[in-house]
Design a protein around this ligand. Sequence first.
Ligand code: FMN
Length: 383
Amino acid sequence: MNPLFGDNALKLGLFCTNGTGASQTLVPEAHETAWSMSLRTAQAADRAGFEAVVPFARWKGYPENRPEHRSGRVLDPFTWAAGIAAVTERIGVFATSHAPTLHPIVAAKQAATVDHISGGRFALNVVGGWNRPELEMFGAPLREHDERYDHLAEWLQVIRKLWTETDEFDFHGRFFDVVGGVSQPKPVQSAVPIMNAGGSSRGMRFAAEHADLCFVIVHSDDENEIRDQIQGYKQMAREEFGREVRVWTHTVVVQRETQAEADAYFRRFSVEYEDAESVDAWMRLQGANTELMSPEVMQAMRQRFAAGAGGFPLVGTADTIADRLETLSRAGIEGALLTWVDYDTGIADFTRDVLPLLEKSGLRAPPGPVAQAGAVPERAVTG
Ligand SMILES: Cc1cc2nc3c(=O)[nH]c(=O)nc-3n(C[C@H](O)[C@H](O)[C@H](O)COP(=O)(O)O)c2cc1C
């Protein structure tokens, strides 16, 4: 079974290790994009029993006419996922894809292939896109906001037909024409899990209708307000689409011996060493092309955007971090993607100090051992 649907009440995942992380910072210790780092951190998370490793899809960085900027140095999610799948044993392995960048026949087959490599641990994050210049590179204008989700829905519909239909089919939609469509082999999983993180009301309705994992940006620190946000989402999915969805969020972690040290480091990398050029461009693009939040709220979130793409801050001692994760869980969050400036040290510290606290509070069970990394069981490729 895909670990995304395992027993732990609060699932955990790594996010953004296929690039320079989620922070937009100029601290010298920020890491560069490197396969070796992706590999090490995915294997560490696998050993620690995390459920997910999620790459992001980025075709061009944020500041204009800065082709060398670090925000654009991002490994391709599908080929990256294939590599990660081959050297891990039980963690859920994601790819992320913008619908306008990849034909659904190619996406369906690549996804099925990674599902085979991983032995049924694959999941797909589907996105409509907002970084206008990166999508314009593909020779087509970025669609109007809500239409992006109509296009994404049809793209996903074609992919799901390719994953499930055994006979050839014709599909004539608003955006795609497929004649004699077929894709073999089918994925290992009968249904490949779908993630979507649309934040607008159209995006949330898309996720509620089509995704298994929906993401929210948690704005409040108040448990009741967070609960309302999540229950509202779940209720909408239930009432409008008759579906039960799992709600996850993404976070940024700074773990230190004292709260003061953690606060100081959070400030150091996200304020003192903020990559202002990048954050300005990011906010301009998000402001123009998403319907996430008002310009005022966006401005107030600036530090969180610099720190980790707006992720919920988990800044403090191991106890504080565990407390905050417990609050999220009590409020209804079922999974948290974690990001750090320094993933290697971050995962090691978190695994040593925070995981035992989450186990003590019953949110997670201790993981069993993994066999030798890279030992993937033999599996026949059948239809
Ligand atoms: C956890 C998470 C992961 C995301 N991954 C990507 C990504 O890899 N590429 C991308 O262009 N957008 C990504 N997004 C952006 C969303 O797909 C979405 O476009 C954004 O939240 C704005 O919402 P809206 O499109 O509904 O206005 C991500 C957002 C979140 C919260």
